[in-house]
Design a protein around this ligand. Structure first.
Ligand code: FHN
Length: 468
């Protein structure tokens, strides 16, 4: 990443780092690390993954004893301050008889997603896998009695899908020494700048979180990545203990950007897409509606067009899109969300060359621009006015220009010194005539666009890289 580009990207991550309140990684560009780059190879090519938030919270699905909770479905225990003794009774009801892991993996494949990351333990502390260190798990505490992660790992292995595990290392509302449960166990930290820790946090980390991460890395075959989250009170030393477990147990497993010490790639804030490109590996975790865990009242699904745009936007800036689905307590991914994913998947079947393994835009003016005024966005950053009409991704000797709206005038290819060789639509290979006048090359896209959701034009040029 050039210095000019690194700074705004780093600034953009800062509010997130402040929010999680962690001894997080610095946002300065990191020195080249050959081992990390090797681990990251598949991740950089994959671009698009399925996030799955599934746990006991799918049973209340946003409503506790007639009371609707606001916000994220998986936060219901915290939002309504449900005592552990009440919340843990949900385990006795968890019986996902419609759970079909093969169908989930098939859906991810039909959607064009290249990896799956599922919640193994969210903040509520319930393990969706068999654990020797806590009986609060899907095998020992539910009538279902089966290890749902094992079944998913088997389905992924059978179908060649990479699988990673989300693990909430800090927050564990079920444990008296875990972070986050203030309603049963009091505050985590004292007042004032000293913020003295009031719980035996290391006892929780060593007694549950660390051994459970080790279990995940031992009992489920190759683990693509561990997705840590909300690193409260995660000092660098504590974070390093988790990193050591990962590296010593499965050296190829990636660590996301929310451990509390340096991971393999950067994680943006939820649903946040940076305004600019970066060549460092990064990922945007995102919802398909407005919750992660299933809520029965949230059907605010993003459209296939919105998702296709976000995916190409992210890829053109060098990132990955980890898009979430929230299965019901029965084990079903809501059909409306599955339909949206499959529609994007059909587009990717024809246009995936512009996405998988593609590089960042060599231009950047298509992203939009910072407002000249002193306006700020909701995160307090300088306001960026995004343009959503087209994006560019690259492969050696090729530009992929994806149009999300019909260009109203002949489209001007941004200035580059390479000789342009030819252009064609990616979907049907129909030639697109290039016209050069006074050093500017334009083309006119046939209207209506071949695919109104997004039409890709490939422009081939001499040489591998764009010279400006
Ligand atoms: O608190 C969690 C939330 O429930 C969800 O898991 C997201 C996914 O990125 N992470 C945390 C908030 O950022």
């Amino acid at each position: 990443m050039s210095r000019r580009r690194a700074l705004p990207f780093a600034l953009f991550l800062l509010p997130w780092l402040a929010l999680v309140g962690a001894a997080q990684t610095t946002s300065a560009p990191r020195p080249y690390d050959a081992a990390r780059e090797k681990r990251l190879e598949w991740f950089r090519d994959a671009k698009y993954g399925m996030f799955i938030h599934w746990g006991l919270y799918a049973i209340p699905a946003g409503e506790w004893k007639g009371q609707r909770s606001l916000g994220l479905g998986e936060w219901i225990m915290n939002r309504l301050k449900v005592p552990v003794a009440d919340y843990e009774r949900l385990a006795a009801e968890f019986n996902p008889i419609k759970y079909d892991p093969d169908a989930w993996v098939q859906l991810a494949q039909d959607a064009g997603m290249k990896y799956i990351v599922i919640t193994s333990k969210h903040h509520d502390g319930f393990a969706m896998f068999k654990s020797a260190v806590s009986r609060y798990n899907v095998v020992d505490a539910t009538p279902y009695k089966r290890d749902v992660l094992k079944a998913l790992a088997d389905a992924c292995a059978k179908r060649g899908m990479r699988l990673g595990f989300y693990y909430s290392q800090s927050q564990d509302w079920h444990e008296k020494d875990g972070a986050g449960n203030t309603w049963d166990f009091g505050p985590d930290q004292g007042p004032g700048p000293e913020s003295k820790e009031l719980k035996h946090y290391d006892a929780y980390l060593r007694g549950k979180a660390e051994p459970q991460v080790k279990e995940l890395l031992t009992n489920y075959g190759p683990v693509a990545l561990i997705w840590f989250d909300t690193p409260r009170m995660m000092t660098a030393e504590r974070g390093q203990r988790f990193a050591d477990i990962v590296r010593q147990t499965q050296p190829n497993t990636l660590i996301d950007g929310r451990l509390g010490t340096e991971g393999d790639y950067r994680s943006t804030g939820d649903n946040v897409i940076p305004p600019e490109a970066s060549t460092e590996a990064w990922e945007t975790p995102a919802t398909i509606n407005d919750t992660w865990g299933f809520r029965k009242d949230d059907t605010n699904w993003k459209s296939p067009g919105q998702i296709a745009f976000k995916l190409v936007d992210i890829v053109s800036k060098g990132g990955n899109y980890l898009l979430n689905v929230g299965p019901t307590a029965d084990g079903v991914i809501p059909e409306a969300s599955a339909d949206v994913l499959r529609t994007v998947g059909r587009w990717l079947k024809v246009n995936g060359e512009a996405v998988y393994g593609a590089g960042v835009s060599p231009f950047g003016q298509e992203f939009g621009e910072y407002t000249g005024k002193d306006a700020k966005n909701v995160r307090g950053e300088k306001l960026f006015l995004a343009n959503n009409e087209w994006r560019v991704t690259t492969k050696p000797g090729k530009l992929y220009i994806t149009f999300f709206a019909e260009p109203r005038a002949p489209f001007e290819i941004p200035a580059m010194r390479n000789k342009l060789l030819r252009a064609y639509r990616l979907a049907d290979k129909a030639p697109v005539a290039l016209k050069t006048e006074n050093g500017t090359t334009t083309f006119t896209l046939e209207r209506p666009m071949l695919d109104p959701m997004a039409t890709v034009v490939v422009v081939e040029f001499e040489g591998d890289k764009v010279q400006k």
